[in-house]
Write a protein that binds this ligand. Sequence first.
Ligand SMILES: Cc1cc2nc3c(=O)[nH]c(=O)nc-3n(C[C@H](O)[C@H](O)[C@H](O)COP(=O)(O)O)c2cc1C
Length: 363
Amino acid sequence: MTQQGTPLLRPVRLGGLRLPNRVVMAPVTRCRATNADLVPTDLHAAYYGQRATAGLIVAEGAWVSERAIGYPHVPGLYGERQVAAWSRVTGLVHALGGRIVAQLWHTGANSHPDHLGGALPAGPSAIDPGELSPTAAGYKETVTPREMSVADIERTIEEYAAAAANARRAGFDGVEIAANGTYLIAQFLNPRLNRRTDAYGTSRDRLLLEIVDAVTAVWGSCVGVRLSPYWNARDRPGPREGYPYAADDRTLAEYDAVVAALDERPVAYLHLRGPADVDFDAIARYRKLFGGPLIANNGFSRSTGAAVVEAGLADAVSFARLFIANPDLVSRFAFGHAPAVSDRGTHYSGGARGYVDYPISSG
Ligand SMILES: Cc1cc2nc3c(=O)[nH]c(=O)nc-3n(C[C@H](O)[C@H](O)[C@H](O)COP(=O)(O)O)c2cc1C
């Protein structure tokens, strides 16, 4: 495939975001903010700068508040020092010609008291999600969380809005709301974890939609939303019986309704983490429900990524592990150079090693 014939290399518009190509860097938590203030460092800037040729960088999940924390060494977006530090990152990415959005993250019941000064994590209902929380002392089993009060929920929505405003001051080009995985918003969307009888339980998508509206008030048409309707036990370390996130007809129908509600809002894009094995039919399901731009993710390669765009099923494709190992992924795709494979041992630790030392292709 020649450079010109590669659909991934064609420009595209995602709401208010204009991308020179459709090769998106998916958000990847790398746990390199090894400092007390949870600020990104110049190492983060170097890492994102190396990847500035991506059509769009979705930066690693960043905490919307101290209450959102659920991993060690992940940067926040709730304090002034964090805003100043992120400005150095976005400034460099822009100087190098790139675009970067922040991903807003809250772990909810998937956190652990170790992250919260001993306090219980809070979630939709007092149901232990049965996940693992990575702590400074290794993975720990989650606990039964405290059920969030309506006041807790309103405060959380305000925190999302404040973090979105911080992202603006920090020079990002937009924000992505992480409603995927096993974290707060996905917990509210989940019928097995959200047993509330108030408006946030009878309409399980209410929290997400109120967050989307609050963040859109700050950012207009530069807000993306990430969903993972097919999240399953394969995404979790260790064996699982009765996994609460297992997709079935009911949960998929509920996600259809969520996507239809998002379609009525001016979201910049839907970032769909699809099934673990690339499945065009699964992506087509959301293409029919959502009229706006769609970014497909999970397990894509240059050829399957090109095919899903060529088929008109996605506007762009995001790559996580490939962007970890290939800072020059766009030019590798353009010239058909084989991509390197990431070292899992340094995904979540290692400092500069396995972070900014992946070479560019020599052909
Ligand atoms: C090391 C690592 C960290 C990740 N961190 C995040 C994250 O912060 N936010 C998020 O939404 N997804 C995160 N993901 C999921 C990826 O964005 C992506 O959905 C997944 O890796 C599948 O895409 P791929 O096949 O291109 O790697 C992470 C994945 C990996 C491997």
